[in-house]
Design a protein around this ligand. Sequence first.
Ligand code: DC
Length: 208
Amino acid sequence: MIIAIDGPAASGKGTLARRLAEHFELRHLDTGLTYRAVAAALLAKGLPLGDEDVALEIARNLDLAHMDKSILSSHEIGEAASRIAVLGGLREELVALQKSFANTPPGAVLDGRDIGTVVCPDADVKLFVTASVEARARRRTDEMLSKGQEAEFSSVLDDLKRRDARDSERTVAPMRQAEDAHLLDTTEMDIESAFKTAVDIVSRARLS
Ligand code: DC
């Protein structure tokens, strides 16, 4: 059983993916963390983000079990991850790792930008989770404020717009909804109703 979840930044896809994995007793991989881990290592070494040879070397040694979300979730690392995500050779390396995670029994939930289109085109269920950019910026701002971080709605909104453009306009594996993906627009939903809707979609797909 493979569940592929794609969508833009701050759409709630990560929370949904984690909760679906718990519910259906599957493993979960947040593929954004693989790009973030490589970006963080380049930043830590003070190397340019376009250095694909070093990025490939880091990717080859990546241990999926030891990616620390609390460190990798910073805004700076997210921006850097989005920049290195345009490197075709690096993507091939990371996609191979992600595919092997997905194909290990009993299956998995993967979330990212190109799961339904590139990583797991034959997934049993595909979801494209989105929300208006304003709703996503509001949620991201509230989340940062609740963690005691500084956040201003208008600059979070601008950041998200820039990130959406970079992720959906790149030439290699741009973010897009797979033709056979179910669209889940959470603009008017809270996380509980989004989760219930997603469980219904997956349960129906399992029966068919
Ligand atoms: O989901 P996230 O914010 O952690 O992802 C960080 C960046 O990594 C995102 O802006 C683009 C890139 N990414 C990607 O290109 N493909 C994926 N499957 C996941 C993330």
